[in-house]
Design a binder for this molecule. Structure first.
Ligand code: SF4
Length: 333
């Protein structure tokens, strides 16, 4: 039976970026504000589990991924890996074992790949920098295995190629191979298929699911696309303006959403079948407001057609609305 214990926990995670007040504010001694990119998130990921983090642009989902991969530093809360507090760990030598076990796949494969390096060198780079191989033979074997696992076969045919000689799907597979080469236990994939043709997306998603099945690897799949999240994930966490507003199994969130924001996201995607629940809800209007101006009370209230007085004053807590299904709305019961 696979080990399903939590590999990663985020506890009240916060990432606030200070902003300077204007000249006038400074003259009056008024403090500047803060961009509350991530504003108190609790999330766990089990070994071998695929969790999708879903939200519109500006919701803070990429910042969460960057904190987990230690590319950004939180300003509050904790990041625990196998129960060990990694929040304050810094420096390349202190982080080397962590970087070995937690890898990131970026959205734009073309930007993520050095155009002057061959596929072999790109995939070999983390193995060399983390000093995970002892000789050239081992290196070639690990690069070969990673390329094959990412669906680039026969691997030797790709060794000497440069990124511009590959298709978009092949480039994304090279990015995946680079992450896989170090045999991580958790991968954070930030919109890994959003720049690919629809026909290639399913193949890349299948590669990620196969890797989980084969290595019991955990995956945090960051996306703005709810149907895609439903296709790949065990659980879905919905992020709005730096806060998780709903979390539950992929089926529950997709077919029984309890938060008006999730309902709006769901109803905007007819490809998974018509309106659900509060079918009278109009389509989502406007964009996520700036994280420098988080509204008081429920942060979704300016866009919520069901908002009432209390929503403008008090922030709703996340409450259990079903088995492992939490929703942060005053109307969720
Ligand atoms: Fe809408 Fe109020 Fe629920 Fe927020 S708490 S989602 S504003 S009904």
């Amino acid at each position: 039976m696979p080990d399903t214990t939590d590999i990663l926990s985020l506890e009240s995670l916060q990432v606030h970026f200070p902003i300077q007040g204007g000249l006038f504010d400074r003259a009056l001694g008024r403090p500047g504000g803060a961009v509350r990119a991530v504003d108190g998130i609790d999330l766990t990921i089990g070994r071998g589990e695929i969790v999708a983090l879903v939200g519109e642009s500006g919701s803070g989902k990429t910042t969460v991924g960057r904190v987990i991969t230690k590319l950004a530093q939180p300003t509050g809360g904790k990041l625990l890996f196998e129960g060990r507090d990694m929040t304050a760990e810094r420096g390349s030598s202190a982080l080397r074992p962590y970087r070995h076990r937690v890898q990131m796949i970026f959205q734009d494969a073309y930007q993520a790949l050095n155009p002057r390096h061959t596929v072999f060198d790109i995939v070999a780079e983390p193995l060399r920098s983390l000093r995970l191989v002892e000789n050239g033979k081992q290196l070639a074997q690990r690069v070969s295995e990673a390329l094959a696992s990412a669906g680039l076969n026969p691997p030797g045919d790709f060794f000497a190629r440069f990124p511009h000689e590959l298709s978009g799907g092949q480039r994304q597979r090279v990015v995946i191979a680079g992450a896989l080469a170090v045999r991580p236990e958790l991968i954070v994939a930030d919109e890994p298929v959003s720049m690919l043709d629809v026909s290639i997306r399913a193949q890349i998603l299948q590669v990620l699911v196969d890797l989980r099945d084969k290595y019991n690897m955990a995956l945090l799949f960051i996306t703005h696309d709810l149907p895609l999240a439903w296709l790949i994930a065990d659980r879905i966490a919905v992020l709005y303006l730096g806060k998780l507003v709903e979390i539950g199994s992929a089926d529950e969130i997709t077919f029984n959403p309890r938060h008006p924001y999730t309902v709006a996201l769901r109803n905007a995607t007819p490809q998974i079948g018509g309106n659900v629940g509060r079918a009278e809800l109009p389509a989502l209007q406007g964009e996520v407001p700036s994280a420098a101006r988080v509204p008081k009370g429920c942060r979704f209230h300016p866009r919520c057609p069901l908002a009432f007085d209390r929503c403008k004053q008090e922030e709703p807590p996340a409450i259990e609305v079903g088995p492992r299904h939490m929703s942060a709305c005053w109307l969720a019961k």
